[in-house]
Design a protein around this ligand. Structure first.
Ligand code: SR1
Ligand code: MG
Length: 416
């Protein structure tokens, strides 16, 4: 999966190069239909790392994604190319379990680090859609189902340890992007670092207080250890609202390049953290009500689906080596107890990782448009400060937000 690219083979493809590349792949060319000169190639790069193009032909479309030898939004930040290889591997691993909650992998080229997936033309990025006041009532539940279906079957709850190890080991070598997460999400925001930035000097005192708070540092350290040592399942690794595309009731998770083995609450926490930031950023009361509804729907559906998958695996005698079926098949009360404890632990992780996501997206390197596009500087600073204070309490005083439901109630009161 991560074999070194031939140093002479890689080149960044421009639209003409993309057309020639696709023309040389019979299955992709047939999917587009017609002759290459009528194919429309247009760039839709939106994330921080890669080039992304949509290509349309008379018969259909595809999405073309290529790693760059640097961060897309910062050409001085050099980076190995292997991230699309991890995204391809993630799609191969989870697509059989999640189906159309993600995209179909059509092609991967290991020399050019090109990934081709089905086109989601007509879909919008959930973050952008929410910012424009859109509502996708089914999306959060679908993401809850996605996380359950991508994590349970890739964990030792469902797999024999040999199979879990074989599946997860290659993803433990996703060093480049895991290093980004370790630095940008889990470490840099808690000490002075040249990559950190926040848009309003009004936040200086809040950031200083956050960094000076020993309870925050203790909890952040604990979550660093949890992220690096608790390999519960295969994670998406970057499940924010920009990694979700929606159209009507169709919801797709994209961009699995940060995939790694880790604690399931990390994926949950990133999604919840981004909904919380949307809640704090949006001035419209109905938008805030929808964000709260979506946090609740996400969590309820994740918990239900995960529990059902687990119960069915035990009933069929097809569980993995953790909480193995022979111990629980005839003891539903004990099974229910261990399930409740396991899910409660994920809930605690979710709340803490959501807090880390809020802090890094307001005071670290990579921000979110929900906040950054607020033009009224005073209003923006006030909303970011309220979100940061909530994040501080989620980390330092977890008893105030022991559940997602309690977190929603406190967030609603603070964002109003
Ligand atoms: C340099 S990459 C910065 C951020 O963009 C990605 O989407 C991840 O969230 C990463 O932390
Ligand atoms: Mg991304």
């Amino acid at each position: 999966m991560t074999r070194p690219a031939s140093p002479t083979a890689y080149r960044t493809l421009d639209p003409a190069g993309i057309r020639a590349f696709l023309a040389a792949q019979p299955a992709l060319a047939a999917r587009l239909g017609g002759q290459p000169d009528v194919w429309r190639v247009h760039e839709v790069s939106d994330g921080n790392l890669n080039n992304v193009f949509l290509v349309d032909g008379p018969a259909g479309g595809i999405c073309f994604k290529q790693s760059l030898p640097h961060v897309r939004v910062d050409p001085n930040w050099k980076m190995p190319l292997d991230r699309t290889a991890f995204e391809a591997a993630y799609l191969r691993a989870v697509r059989p379990h999640v189906g159309d909650l993600t995209t179909e992998l059509l092609h991967f080229d290991p020399d050019l680090f090109v990934l081709v997936v089905e086109s989601l033309d007509g879909h919008v990025v959930l973050r952008h859609g929410l910012m424009q006041g859109g509502d996708w009532p089914d999306a959060a539940a679908a993401i809850g189902r996605f996380v359950a279906r991508a994590t349970f079957p890739t964990s030792p709850l469902a797999l024999k340890f040999e199979d879990a190890s074989t599946l997860l080991a290659p993803f433990a070598r996703n060093h480049t992007l895991t290093r980004i997460t370790v630095d940008l999400v889990l470490t840099d925001p808690y000490h002075p670092h040249p990559r950190n930035r926040w848009l309003s000097p009004e936040l200086d005192a809040t950031v200083a207080a956050l960094r000076a708070d020993p309870a925050v540092r203790r909890r952040v350290g604990q979550m660093q250890a949890r992220f690096l040592t608790c390999q519960q399942a295969l994670l998406h690794g970057d499940l924010h609202t920009g990694s979700v595309m929606v159209s009507g009731s169709d919801t797709r998770v994209i961009d699995g390049e940060f995939a790694l083995p880790g604690p399931i609450g990390f994926d949950c926490g990133l999604f919840v953290g981004n909904l919380l930031m949307h809640l704090f950023a949006t001035p419209a009361p109905e938008g805030r009500a929808r964000a709260l509804r979506d946090i609740d729907r996400f969590w309820t559906h994740f918990r239900q689906d995960f529990t059902t998958l687990w119960t069915n695996a035990i009933a069929c005698g097809q569980s993995g080596d953790a909480y193995a079926a022979p111990l629980f098949r005839d003891d539903p009360a004990s099974l229910q107890q261990v399930q409740t404890q396991f899910l409660d632990d994920i809930e605690a992780d979710t709340i803490a990782f959501a807090a880390l996501e809020i802090i890094r997206r307001t005071t670290g390197y990579a921000h979110v448009a929900d906040f950054d596009l607020i033009t009224d500087r005073t209003a923006r600073a006030a909303r970011q400060e309220a979100a940061l204070r909530l994040a501080r309490d989620m980390l330092a005083e977890p008893a105030r937000t022991p559940t997602i439901s309690a977190l929603g109630a406190l967030a609603a009161a603070r964002a109003a």
